[in-house]
Structure formats: structure tokens, C-alpha cells
Design a protein around this ligand. Structure first.
Ligand code: 13P
Ligand code: SF4
Length: 341
């Protein structure tokens, strides 16, 4: 099989973003959810990786930064957070008196798992001059140990604003951290964590795809490996991917991130074509089947679970007061730096 045929994923431009429920079922659940939303004075916040039917009932769909900004500003009494656990925790840290529910309490994140707070505290003790810049993909206990939080959308700005006399410790994503170092020329000690989903993208399969679609722009999330980031026409957060594709004169894009984002891209960029870059399958071999990147944690949430968490106001995010209070400061610092011109 030659290189180009090998790279030909079946129906690549059609996969991802498809409805996983029958339309009638999705419609009736959406009606129930809208009624519950009104009764509870709730707001539904959804990440760009959520399944299409959840995105379609949400009040706001965005990246981690946009979701934190929405959570900080909402007048709602109940926040229904359709994303992963650390995102809902961030909303709770910012809204201690509101009810925050998450459709599936087990929707975690490999980055959060990679950084236990006791291990971070031990590393911090090795250098009293460390200034800890922490990617938002971490637990509340890790946030509580941090000087400032960042997201992929503002990491460069946050690092540029960090005190010059300090030694920067960047946790927990070594790939995002390495990309930020390239952008800022600021040396940093990097925690050895990664996103299990984004590190599955590979340079050789992306090169084959570029060969097959030579006019397509390649848009890469910075959690990817450097060999993949280096092939990107743009390297950015999921929200910036949407604005990049909207404003670019190109008609075709290869999207190197979790495939849920394609739903918004297709809705908001009519007439443009979005191709999901393939990942390796479980056997680490290229296959001819759909090989879209899916985050198993993000995909734990379903429309039924959204309805159920609103009906029962559970699973609910609760945090010990001391952790919540200590974690709030570095998040507020991030929001303040982000708002600077
Ligand atoms: P964004 O903030 O770019 O949406 O990224 C969140 C995330 O978890 C990426 O895997
Ligand atoms: Fe975490 Fe990766 Fe899933 Fe994002 S895609 S929530 S970084 S495991």
C-alpha cells in the first residue's frame, strides 16, 4: 500500500460530530432539559468536545478559558457543567454558594491524574524560588498549591506576565509547557504529564494527510507532541481554532484535536470542510476505520445524564473550604491577567 492510500481514512470528512441519539429522543430530552433549566434558574456550560446534542442545549459552548469566564460571571443559581471534573470544580471554586452539577462524576482527565498534590508539594519544596504556573487541567488541591492558573488560550500571556526573578515550574502538561517555552523563550521546569488523547497524534500520519489534502490548513492543539505541533499552520486552544477557521480564507482544514469540536466548526463555518486528523488505534497500528480522536472522559457525558443531573441536582461538586479558598486566588489572578489588553 502506498503512503497516500495508507492514509486514506474512510469518510474522514464525515466522521465526528454525528448525533449519537435518534433525533426524536434528542428532541424530547432537550425539551425536558429546557423546562428544568427554567425551573432551576440554571445555566448549561459545555466544552467544545461535548457530543453535539449537549452542545445544542447549552447556553454557552467554549474552551476552558471561556467556560471559566462564564462561570465567574453567571447570575444563575445552578451551573450544569458539561465537561470534565476539573472544569466543574473550577466553576465551584468561583461560585461557592451555587449548586454545580456534572453529568458524570467520573469524567476525569489524564493530566489531572498525572499530578497528585503531595508530589507537587514535594517538588516545590526543592526550590523556594519556584513560581508555579499550573494548567487548569488539574485538581482543586493542585490549584491550591499554585501561584497562577493558565489555560491553553492564555498560557503564553500568563507566562509572560510571571515575575522575571522567579524560576518557573509549569505543571502538569509537558507538551503545552514546551510549546509555551518555545513561544516565550522563558525556561521552565516541566512536570511530566500529558493528555493521553492528544499524544496519540503522529507526525507520519499527519504528513500523509497533508499530502492527500495539500490545500488544507493544519490546526493543532498545543497538548500535542512537538513533532505534530511543528506541522501546524496554527497551534491554539479550541476556541482560537474556531476563530482561526472562521477568519482564514482557506476552505479546508485538518483538525488535530478531539473530534467533538467539529460540530461547532461545521455549524459556524458553513461551506468549509473539516477533516479530523487520525490517531493510532489501540494496537498502535494505522487502520482504515474512523480514527478520530475522542477523549473517553469528555464522552462520558450524555444528554440523558444532563437531564438526570438536573432532575436530581447530583452528582454535585463539593470542596473543602480551605482548598476552595486557596485555589480561588490563582484562578482570579489568571482571570485578571487574561482581561489585560
Ligand atoms: P481548551 O481549553 O483549548 O478547550 O482545552 C481543554 C482541553 O482539555 C484540551 O484537551
Ligand atoms: Fe484531559 Fe486530554 Fe480529555 Fe482534555 S482531552 S480533558 S486534556 S484527557
Amino acid at each position: 500500500m502506498n503512503e497516500v492510500q495508507d492514509s486514506k481514512p474512510s469518510g474522514l470528512d464525515r466522521c465526528a460530530g454525528g448525533q449519537s441519539l435518534a433525533p426524536a429522543q434528542a428532541h424530547s430530552l432537550a425539551l425536558e432539559i429546557r423546562a428544568l433549566k427554567q425551573r432551576l434558574n440554571a445555566v448549561i456550560l459545555a466544552h467544545n468536545y461535548q457530543v453535539p446534542e449537549i452542545q445544542d442545549v447549552a447556553d454557552y459552548v467554549g474552551d476552558s478559558l471561556g467556560l471559566s469566564q462564564q462561570a465567574a460571571a453567571t447570575p444563575a443559581d445552578v451551573i450544569v457543567f458539561c465537561g470534565v471534573h476539573f472544569m466543574a470544580e473550577t466553576a465551584k471554586i468561583l461560585n461557592p454558594n451555587k449548586i454545580v452539577v456534572l453529568p458524570d462524576k467520573d469524567a476525569g482527565c489524564s493530566l489531572e491524574e498525572s499530578c497528585p498534590p503531595d508530589q507537587l508539594a514535594a517538588l516545590q519544596r526543592t526550590n523556594p524560588n519556584f513560581y508555579t504556573v499550573t494548567y487548569i487541567n488539574c485538581s482543586a488541591a493542585v490549584k491550591a498549591l499554585s501561584d497562577v492558573i493558565c489555560t491553553s488560550g492564555n498560557a503564553v500571556k500568563i507566562v509572560e506576565a510571571s515575575p522575571k526573578e522567579k524560576d518557573l515550574l509549569f505543571v502538569p502538561d509537558e507538551n503545552l509547557g514546551a510549546w509555551v517555552m518555545e513561544q516565550t523563550n522563558r525556561p521552565m521546569t516541566l512536570w511530566k504529564g500529558n493528555c493521553y488523547a492528544h499524544v496519540e497524534f503522529r507526525r507520519d500520519s499527519l504528513l500523509r494527510m497533508r499530502q492527500r489534502y495539500p490545500d488544507a490548513k493544519v490546526v493543532v492543539h498545543p497538548e500535542s507532541l512537538r513533532e505534530v505541533r511543528d506541522l501546524g499552520d496554527a497551534v491554539c486552544s479550541t476556541e482560537k481554532m474556531i476563530s482561526y477557521c472562521k477568519t482564514s480564507p482557506a476552505r479546508q482544514f485538518i483538525i488535530v484535536t478531539e473530534s467533538g469540536i467539529v460540530h461547532r466548526l461545521r455549524k459556524e463555518c458553513p461551506g468549509k470542510e473539516f477533516l479530523c486528523a487520525p490517531v493510532f488505534d489501540a494496537m498502535r497500528l494505522p487502520t482504515d476505520n474512523c480514527r478520530c480522536c475522542e477523549c473517553k472522559y469528555m464522552k462520558m457525558n450524555t444528554l440523558e445524564k444532563v437531564r438526570d443531573c438536573m432532575k436530581h441536582l447530583a452528582p454535585r461538586i463539593e470542596l473543602p473550604d480551605d482548598i476552595r479558598q486557596r485555589a480561588r486566588l490563582p484562578i482570579e489572578r489568571m482571570l485578571e491577567i487574561s482581561a489585560r489588553p
